[in-house]
Write a protein of this length. Structure first.
Length: 415
């Protein structure tokens, strides 16, 4: 059997998805399983039909999971998606440094304050545990420290040195939740991994013909590990908070699916590709936070650092790709610089993660919109962390005539 367009259209209609979404999922299934099906003797046509059936089931299952979760499917695009922060790893690294530099009395003071629990190896199969007793008994916190003997280390402790283990106390203040139920965090080891990502999504509920809105999407745990592409039109599910400004992602439900038709949410591309970069969506959205070049970052930082909302503030700037470097573990590094060759601004690197290599279908000389946050090093050097990017006025990687460029990467945006 040979796959044809009508079959894709019928499947899209039956599962309630667009043709583009079905085709995108079909391609993903073929990439993952096509080779093994061919090795089993399936023809190319049979593989495509089988992939379509699998894709249809996956999409239908995603739809059922979405309904059960209470989340809403939104269409639009992410414009700012930083790497996740592992607060658990950060806190344990900081506490390890603190404990290693403290004398015994200093460590016991932290125990008495309910901040940590210490375990000393007795080298006879037992450990001396020093802890705040009120935390162990799940009673209201009272400062103090007791030492008892235990036979094993609880899950969640980490090694401080050859003889000592410890864990950070997750919660020392609330034995019970507001509902009156016992608080499982009280006195317990704080997880060594607490991954969190806060991204910015511009969009609207699918099927809603209203204006798009900016929504801060918070993801934690497994959901935070999914690195979503930026400035790629598509769909993403999350549960919207009552304030209408914050969304909460859920692992297994919040999965970004590229869909070029979702570009219709917006009245134009992120920036214009005809040289008028200030005619697109992002310059209008960012307004005073859209800079004319990388060399404007130092003055912007000095003028705004410390003001209200600074830590959540993002800026936009356009630059030019001057080098593309493949990474050892997949993905690319794009080195970008100001258009103006007389600019003294530092070059900025864009990290393209493994799995998003298909977005780099252009060559050096391509212009890019960059979105992220400026900061300053301890050596007073200005830096720019890029958390979102979009290529425009693209140069094809294939040799072209001198006057030929491409302006639409097939992602749904019309230049």
């Amino acid at each position: 059997m040979t796959l044809d367009e009508k079959m894709i259209e019928n499947v899209a209609k039956s599962v309630g998805a667009s043709v583009e979404v079905v085709r995108s999922r079909l391609t993903l299934v073929l990439t993952e399983h096509g080779k093994e099906w061919e090795n089993a003797g399936k023809s190319e046509g049979d593989c495509e039909v089988l992939a379509l059936r699998v894709a249809a089931r996956q999409i239908a299952n995603d739809t059922r999971s979405l309904k059960r979760s209470g989340a809403t499917l939104y269409e639009g695009m992410f414009v700012n998606a930083p790497r996740y922060k592992d607060w658990g790893a950060i806190l344990y690294k900081k506490m390890t440094t603190t404990l290693l530099n403290l004398p015994h009395d200093g460590r016991e003071a932290l125990v008495a304050q309910g901040k940590v629990v210490l375990y000393e190896n007795n080298h006879d199969g037992t450990y001396s545990r020093t802890a705040n007793p009120s935390l162990l008994l799940k009673q209201m916190f009272v400062e103090g420290a007791d030492t008892t003997e235990v036979d094993s280390l609880p899950k969640g402790t980490i090694e401080l040195d050859a003889n000592t283990h410890y864990y950070i106390v997750w919660d020392k203040n609330n034995p019970n939740f507001p509902s009156g139920d016992p608080n499982f965090k009280y006195g317990a080891p704080r997880p060594t991994q607490e991954r969190e990502r806060t991204s910015l999504f511009l969009g609207r509920p699918q099927g809603d013909n209203g204006e798009w809105t900016p929504i801060t999407v918070k993801a934690s745990g497994k959901a935070a590990e999914d690195m979503v592409p930026t400035f790629v039109p598509g769909t993403y599910a999350f549960r919207l908070a009552k304030n209408g400004l914050t969304g909460y992602a859920k692992a297994g439900v919040s999965i970004f699916t590229a869909d070029p038709t979702a570009a219709s949410v917006f009245n134009g591309p992120p920036v214009m590709a005809d040289g008028d970069i200030f005619g697109g969506i992002m310059p209008d959205y960012l307004q005073d936070d859209f800079l004319a070049g990388l060399d404007k970052i130092p003055a912007f930082y000095d003028a705004n650092n410390g003001t209200d909302g600074w830590w959540d503030r993002i800026i936009g700037v356009c630059a030019e790709v001057i080098h593309i470097d493949p990474r050892d573990n997949g993905g690319y590094s794009l080195v970008c610089a100001d258009f103006d060759i007389t600019s003294t601004a530092e070059m900025t690197e864009v990290y393209v993660p493994a799995g998003q290599e298909n977005l780099v279908d252009f060559a050096v000389g391509t212009k890019v919109l960059l979105v992220g946050q400026p900061w300053k090093t301890q050596d007073d050097e200005y830096r720019f962390s890029v958390n979102g990017w979009w290529a425009f006025d693209e140069i094809s990687p294939i040799a072209l005539e001198a006057d030929e460029t491409t302006t639409d990467g097939g992602d749904g945006w019309d230049a």
